[in-house]
Design a protein around this ligand. Sequence first.
Ligand code: ATP
Length: 317
Amino acid sequence: MDVLALGELLIDFRVSLVAEGAPQMIGSAGGAPANVLATVCHLGGTGQLIAKVGRDPFGDYLERSVQAFGIDTTSLLRDPARTTLAFVQLAADGERSFSFERSPGADTQLQANELDPTWFEQARVFHFGSLSLTDNPSYDATFAAIELAKAAGCVISFDPNLRPPLWRDLEEARLRMQTAMAAADIVKISDDEVLFLTGQDNLDAGMNQLRSVLPDVRFAVTCGPQGAIVDTDKGRVRIPSLPVAAVDTTAAGDAFLGALLYRVTRNAKDLSQVIRDDELFVDAVTFATVAGALTTTKQGAMDALPTLPEILVHLPA
Ligand code: ATP
């Protein structure tokens, strides 16, 4: 198994508000860890999802959807709570705003005692995000899973993926995400999240702080159309993105991370190499920027993911 991911699997409703008439919504399978796995599988890798959905038609739809991507659903559990729903509104400038139906959502109901250690033994990478950190019991379950993953020798990947409406208290969000980063080997983080988590007012200062506080963590900092930034032994490397006509940025970050993890699982025999080897990591981030860019050229999340040949055509042979 290339990547085992834990976290939310939910319905993303894209909401169009028109000046007159009722709001129009189109629903599709979403949730950042699920999108990451869909990317890994779409590119030819293997992925398994630890998640909870409701015993409702939305849960049935989600199970079918992720299975259609080839994601292993052995660890997809059902809960009496309802499947979590997310509503994504696109502003005229392409910026997204989020709201959620989650009181409580099934995604927060995962319990530590439901984790099966055998899921972790076969995985090379264990990935998680921050939606499972907002509430209990999923907060405790996430940290129990990190322990199982470390014991099994997995490389740990984390995406802070800040969604302010889901937190009662942003200071708690900051503390919990900082704890999660410290437990990870690879962190994909957006430029805004660097500022939020460090309290700095410019990206360079924020990255310097992350590097000094967490010197053993590999950060890939995403900057939308500007691509990504990585710190190496030779200094800070800016990796430009592919210029594209973006129509919907949903899941660009998840496609970026899924592609990054796919690339490192293909190119590194021993994954701990990724944390030390600058060339390997920069190559994976370059591959990931193309995947992220291509995802923005189509509407939706999982439906917008590029194939391996579509990415490779933009990279030197
Ligand atoms: P999220 O918003 O889900 O947290 P993110 O902020 O990490 O994700 P972005 O920075 O928006 O994600 O996108 C990830 C990557 O996708 C970027 O690093 C870049 O390579 C590519 N990308 C995103 N938007 C564009 C764009 N408009 N043009 C070209 N590339 C883009």
